[in-house]
Design a protein around this ligand. Structure first.
Ligand code: GLC
Length: 532
């Protein structure tokens, strides 16, 4: 039996650094703040932290617009603070994954300033410059992810540059070998410092059509949807040549032992899995976002899990994501009761779970008053509910002022219920969602069936999702999730087996023996341990 690697059996915890802990009273979280809470992450049971970008940035897109890939923005600290964080994480057995943003830089990056300076600049071709269309308009119809055209006209050189996101985020030209080398050097810079891997931003967008053909219209687009979805991203995304770049990136990372590449890829499953690469030499974990968009019921979840399991290439390691800094909070998407069910699902499916900070507290989307909106997407396309601030609010640590996040004015407001929903309070309540996360993670770590075992879907009838996890001769773990508002009665498949409740989303059933049938309360999830 092959041994699993840390990024296979482990759990990744995503930290949005601006919102974890402020340590220098400027209202924004920082590296030292993260360092102060490493023990919290360890107590939760995570194996790795992924931190969203902390590099020098004008913050047009809150760090996803990078002006220097090899330093730390003063708002987050210094390189020395980073090394200290990394050292202390490693001392606790925690891995650290950085966010790598290769698709675009900030428009203040020296590379772009040079590229923009003239058509003859040595770095002109590092970015994507095109002439006007014959009628003087933009080179083609491509749209930006945060609204409007993806082309910005530069009057000084009479050409347009391409930006898949904000105009402050010009896209690099990944067809240029010098760009590749420069960006691979960035990876090496951090790998040599000891980081354990990278989450690669918008990996499927790196290469654009070499003929810059117009994207076709999307006949299904509705006005409430993001403007970019008016077009099908046929020529601006997921181009075949991107696979070579991914393979090269992998080669760079493979020169260092035991590192991981995680790819941010929003694509249908059959396209997503191509990013495992030929002979699995692509990214180790192409982020699986299916749970973000699944119909939230037993049949809907059963469908996406089966499709995903079936689509995986042989040996491709699965992974699951419930939330991140770009999406609505899971507790708001499914409601507080099902947030507990979702926790059980995330931590019992086969594959690496990524947990988004605050979801373990059941944080919901925080309403942001119009005068406190920060997200540039919300500012560009207001009133569409695309804004990402509601899921990026400060971590509430205790009931003190600003939840103990900062003693200054926090950059975003906290959840209004922080006096009762905070780490300190939930930690001392055995019935809390935080306690449930800790129990789930502890059980998952302890049982090979759960962190390394096989997966078999048993059914999704009657609003109950039922599946089993099994590993060699170890007890089978049977997971039953009741999505209904009503109790359900579940006949157990095997006759003559001995089963007991290893864990329930409700506290009082732990250790209960179960024989012929399992009674499930409304919205209850149960993990049974079955001994033959
Ligand atoms: C990714 C990030 C998102 C960012 C965008 C542009 O989707 O997750 O936060 O705005 O890329 O870098």
């Amino acid at each position: 039996m092959t041994k699993t690697l840390w990024w296979q059996h482990g759990i990744v915890y995503q930290i949005y650094p601006r919102s974890f802990q402020d340590s220098n009273s400027d209202g924004v979280g920082d590296l030292d703040g993260i360092r102060r809470h490493l023990d919290y992450v360890v107590a939760l049971g995570a194996d790795a932290i992924w931190i969203s970008p902390v590099y020098p940035s004008p913050m047009a897109d809150f760090g996803y617009d990078i002006a220097d890939y090899c330093d730390i923005d003063p708002i987050f600290g210094t390189l020395a603070d980073f090394d200290r964080l990394l050292g202390e994480a490693h001392a606790r057995g925690l891995k650290l994954i950085l966010d790598f943003v290769p698709n675009h830089t900030s428009d203040r990056h020296p590379w772009f300033l040079e590229s923009r300076s003239s058509r003859q600049s040595a770095r002109r071709d590092w970015y994507i410059w095109r002439d006007s269309a014959p009628d003087g308009s933009s080179p083609n119809n491509w749209l930006a992810n945060f609204g409007g055209s993806a082309w910005e006209y530069d009057a000084a050189s009479s050409q347009w540059y391409y930006h898949a996101f904000l105009k402050e985020q010009p896209d690099l030209n990944w067809r240029n070998p010098d760009v590749r080398q420069a960006m691979f050097d960035v990876l090496r810079f951090w790998l040599a410092r000891g980081v354990d891997g990278f989450r690669v931003d918008v990996l499927w967008l790196l290469i654009k059509d070499d003929q810059f053909r117009n994207n076709p219209p999307n006949p299904h687009w509705q006005p409430h949807q993001p403007g970019i979805e008016r077009l099908i991203q046929l020529y601006s995304a997921d181009r075949p040549e991107v696979q070579d770049v991914v393979a090269e990136m992998r080669t760079v990372v493979d020169a260092y032992p035991d590192r991981v590449l995680v790819g941010e890829i929003y694509l249908p499953v059959e396209r997503l899995v191509t990013y495992y690469g030929l002979d699995l030499k692509g990214v180790h974990l192409p982020f699986n976002f299916q749970l973000l968009f699944a119909a939230w019921n037993a049949a809907g979840i059963a469908r996406i899990v089966s499709e995903y399991e079936a689509a995986l290439p042989p040996g491709g390691w699965p992974n699951w994501v419930l939330g991140n800094h770009d999406q609505k909070r899971i507790a708001s998407r499914v409601g507080p009761a099902d947030a507990r069910l979702a926790a059980m699902l995330l931590l019992t499916l086969r594959g690496t779970p990524t947990l988004y900070y605050g979801d373990e507290l059941g944080l919901e989307n925080v309403p942001i008053p119009p005068d406190r909106v920060q997200d540039p997407w919300e500012k560009n396309e207001p009133g569409h509910n695309h804004g990402r601030d509601p899921a990026r609010t400060p971590m509430p640590w205790d009931a003190s002022r600003n939840g103990g996040f900062t003693d200054a004015e926090p950059w975003l407001p906290l959840n209004t219920d922080f006096a009762t929903r905070n780490v300190s309070l939930l930690s001392s309540d055995p019935g809390s969602i935080l306690a449930l996360y800790r129990r789930l993670i502890a059980l998952r770590r302890q049982r090979r069936a759960l962190h390394a075992g096989g997966f078999r879907l048993i059914g999704s009838d009657n609003d109950v999702l039922l599946f089993e996890r099994a590993h060699a001769a170890e007890p089978i773990m049977l997971v039953a999730l009741n999505f209904a508002d009503a109790p359900r009665h579940l006949p157990l498949p095997a006759v003559g087996v001995r089963a007991l409740v290893a864990l329930s989303t409700e506290l009082d059933r732990q250790g209960d023996p179960v024989d012929a049938a399992l009674g499930l309360r409304p919205h209850e999830g149960v993990i049974l341990e079955v001994r033959g």
